[in-house]
Design a protein around this ligand. Sequence first.
Ligand SMILES: Nc1ncnc2c1ncn2[C@@H]1O[C@H](COP(=O)(O)OP(=O)(O)OP(=O)(O)O)[C@@H](O)[C@H]1O
Ligand SMILES: [Mg+2]
Length: 449
Amino acid sequence: MAKVLVQHVCSDCGTSSPRWLGKCPGCGAFGTLVEELHATDDAARRGSVARVPTPLGDVSASEGERISTGIPELDRVLGGGIVPASLVLVGGEPGVGKSTLLLSALGSVSRAGRKTLLVTGEESAAQVALRAARLGGAETVGILAETDLGVVCATLEAERPDICVVDSVQTLHASEIGSAPGSVAQVREAAGRLLRVAKEAGVATILVGHVTKDGAVAGPRVLEHLVDCVLQFEGDRYHEHRILRATKNRFGSTNELGVFEMTGAGLVGVPDPSELFGSTHPGEVGAAVGCVLEGTRPLLLEIQALVSPTDLAMPRRVGTGVDPKRLAMIVAVLGRHAGLALGTADVFVNVAGGVRIEEPGADVAIALAIASASKGAPVREGAAAFGEIGLTGRLRAASQSDRRLEECAKLGIVTVVAPTGTTQRGRLRVAGSDTLRDAVRAGLERQAA
Ligand SMILES: Nc1ncnc2c1ncn2[C@@H]1O[C@H](COP(=O)(O)OP(=O)(O)OP(=O)(O)O)[C@@H](O)[C@H]1O
Ligand SMILES: [Mg+2]
């Protein structure tokens, strides 16, 4: 039997140590050492036979047909359906609705005449049946309440379903590995073996993974490298809207976004989120509509800002759904180049619907909301904004402005504040601005005084 060595390897720099250490001797990071099992070199070398590589041109590959999950928003995030024999990792905070979404997906796939399997390690079969009864239409989904990795893999090989969901990968355990379920070694073993089965038996496998407090999928980051696609399910448990986004996709674009609403009958896709998130009350101070691009989809979002005087030596800049560094930069550029003194004020910014903006094209809209709150003047009625702000106060063109304008026109926007060079479209008036100062002037209603 191969001798197995336990090594502790830093997940940041790769330094290995035979003992676990709190601080990595290589890079000095704390708490990054994770245990790994290594076969000794001799054992690894024995029994390996060299093979002849095949020229790539001789490899037969057909673009397999994607399996539609029957949930358009989920299909969109996956890049048009799930690819057969691929491995997808779905992460999300507890209670966000991972099990609900995947059970609905399995239900509709099985109704389309395909074979599906749900491996549940977290809930009993009866609990899942209760949820299935609530959601409806999942009667033909096969269920396996099992946590033994060997049994799960053997079942997959024997049954060969088209799609299998493992809820969750942290509950699986391989008996030959000594550590507890959910430990780094167990999770990696489970993912590795499921990957092999997925490719060999042609089972599209969806793994549910828990998310740690700091937002990473629990277990080793190596899980994210192993799988073909990583989906993150975000959203407030106390808020009915959930956002699904791809952070990695080997078969499609990342940054695609799906919007869902949690209802008693499960998660319902929101096909037109702009309508939901992209409206402000006319005349309201401190609210602006931004047109951001999430993947291939333009989205209108209401951005709210509050500017309130403070006595703090370091005024606060708090953003929900906005990158804090980006927010600090926008506040600084507003102060330096648009004559908006915010040095003695706290600035709060919030994005509607729990959406997180990652794109710089939302800069102008964020700036407009802050300027509106600071000056006490509402943003023009029926106006939306997009564009990136440079450190010099000049606006930079945002990508795919045509699609953004199209979305604005569709939702009845009258004026668009955008960088100069953005072409007019239909009845939409484009207020092209060179600088942030111009954009603020064009975007806000005339002030009383
Ligand atoms: N009867 C119901 N009506 C409306 N919403 C419900 C109902 N039952 C459950 N929910 C919603 O479903 C959510 C739980 O969904 P689900 O179990 O799919 O989450 P999960 O992400 O799988 O959580 P976990 O990580 O704990 O497994 C709850 O937060 C709740 O909002
Ligand atoms: Mg669950």
